[in-house]
Design a binder for this molecule. Structure first.
Ligand code: BGP
Length: 470
């Protein structure tokens, strides 16, 4: 068996109760985007006005049909050894206008999903926001507007009150830096602006919203845990030359510590604050905000890790007329000889996951954490399907196994890491990339009404979960 060494022994054994599972998000899996009272979110809207921005012109209307097939899907989760699964609630499904009336059909749906998971011995980890701002709130400026922070607080409280009797792991945001980057710096999320000042305000309001949701959750005393999920891509310098090291420290401050420090320590990285002050980009902060952020930090941290970021000192002086960007302080660096996932064009650097966990142990109070996303996207994965219909994804098994070895080592050295969730359970719709890159343990055949088939990696994962190691 691939999961064991030649003596059939478990070489990498994980602590009792380790969370084995996967993660997903509402907009990427539910489908049913326009029925049963769901309001539009920014993805529905953007697709309506610019379908050409989406791979193969495929939009979010009917993604993977989890809304209809959740029973079948949860059965498959159980079959491949899941004891936990992360999903997100669609804000625009639950509260179609973002504020105001609750959609009873959505309450029914999420109740059924939560109960079905629990009934199958799978703990639901529920995330409140995965890139999907309700359109009615985006019309007001989305996270640029402080009223949206208040609307989010009400939405979060509604979710805790409706589902918190059964859901004991909550997350306020998934990769909150991504809507900042996509929507306000690099043009891959709606509203497609390039405006550093707005990016900072959006980031600040997102952090504030997270602290407010944490406060509300604690006040309700439901006995669970609440955290945030961050993509903590480490920034490695090209060399030990001071200029390269400085470039990596600043890249880290912009892309990791911007959310990590306020979420875990309740404070902002000094280097970043200094740059914002010097360049005139400090966000609007109200009295009491900083205390609120300080007092309401996370209990638990989800870590998403796909690939490292490598940087070097700038080769050229920045153009003073160009819009202000974080890249004013570093250049991206392509390391010669790096290991690649050729099917996605991303570097594979397994030790990165260990470096993140050690950093959390040494510099963030060894906060309780888990790997909330890690995974291997493969374009054109159908070509790996054999005659029996199973995708032979040995490359994914190797990818997961090699990362897990480093997670195991970090745990041996004292990291407070509690689980591993793959991105993702089944192939899903991934924003502008739509169904281009496949990540699932389970394949979804779009030509056959979304037919599900467990991949070889799903079968392998079952043995890992059963043995709590490999
Ligand atoms: C992560 C997101 C996921 C998913 C994944 C794969 O950053 O949290 O939502 O989209 O990336 O992305 P892609 O399909 O672009 O390879």
């Amino acid at each position: 068996m691939t999961s064991m060494n030649s003596n059939n022994e478990i070489k990498y054994s994980f602590p009792e109760g380790f969370w084995w599972g996967s993660s997903a998000s509402a907009t990427q899996t539910e489908g049913a985007a326009d029925i049963d009272g769901k309001g539009k979110n920014i993805w529905d809207h953007w697709y309506e006005i610019e379908p050409n921005r989406f791979f193969d012109g495929v939009g979010p209307e009917n993604t993977s049909q989890f809304y209809y097939k959740y029973k079948e899907d949860i059965k498959l989760m159980k079959e491949i050894g899941h004891n936990s699964f992360r999903l997100s609630i669609s804000w625009a499904r639950l509260i179609p206008n973002g504020t105001g009336e609750i959609n009873p059909k959505a309450v029914e749906f999420y109740n059924r999903v939560i109960d079905e998971l629990l009934g199958n011995g799978i703990e639901p980890f529920v995330n409140l926001f995965h890139f999907d701002m309700p359109m009615e709130l985006q019309k007001l400026g989305g996270w640029e507007n402080r009223d949206v922070v208040d609307a989010y607080e009400v939405y979060a409280k509604t979710c805790f009150e409706l589902f918190g009797d059964r859901v004991k792991k909550w997350f306020t945001h998934n990769e909150p830096i991504v809507p900042v980057e996509g929507g306000y710096l690099y043009d891959f999320h709606y509203p497609n602006e390039i405006n550093f000042g707005k990016a900072v305000q959006v980031a600040y309001h997102t952090i504030l919203s997270s602290a407010k949701a944490i406060k509300v959750y604690k006040e309700l005393n439901q006995g669970g845990k609440i955290g945030i999920i961050l993509n903590l891509t480490p920034s490695y310098p090209r060399s030990r030359n001071l200029a390269d090291v400085k470039a990596s420290v600043l890249a880290d401050a912009f892309f990791n510590r911007s959310f990590l420090d306020p979420s875990v320590k309740g404070e902002f990285p000094e280097e970043l604050v200094q740059i914002l002050k010097e360049e005139g980009f400090m966000p609007a902060v109200e009295n009491g905000d900083l205390e609120l952020i300080k007092d309401n930090t996370v209990d638990i941290l989800g870590v998403n890790y796909y690939q490292p970021r490598r940087v070097k000192a700038k080769e050229n002086l920045p153009n003073p007329d160009a819009p202000f960007m974080p890249e004013r302080f570093f250049d991206n660096y392509v390391m010669p000889g790096r290991k690649m996932n050729p099917h996605r064009g991303w570097e594979i650097y397994e030790k990165g996951v260990y470096d993140i966990l050690v950093n959390l142990k040494d510099n963030y109070g060894n906060i309780e954490c888990f790997i909330s996303e890690n995974g291997m996207g493969v374009e054109g994965e159908e070509k790996f399907r054999d005659e029996s219909g199973v995708i032979q994804d040995d490359y994914r098994i190797e990818f997961i196994r090699e990362h897990l070895k480093w997670v195991h080592k970090a745990h041996q050295e004292g990291s407070n890491v509690k689980g591993y969730h793959l991105w993702t359970f089944m192939d899903n719709w991934s924003w502008t990339n739509a169904y281009k890159n496949r990540y699932g343990f389970v394949s979804v055949n779009l030509a056959k009404d979304g037919e599900r088939t467990i991949k070889k990696s799903g079968q392998w994962f079952k043995t890992v979960s059963e043995h709590n190691g490999f």
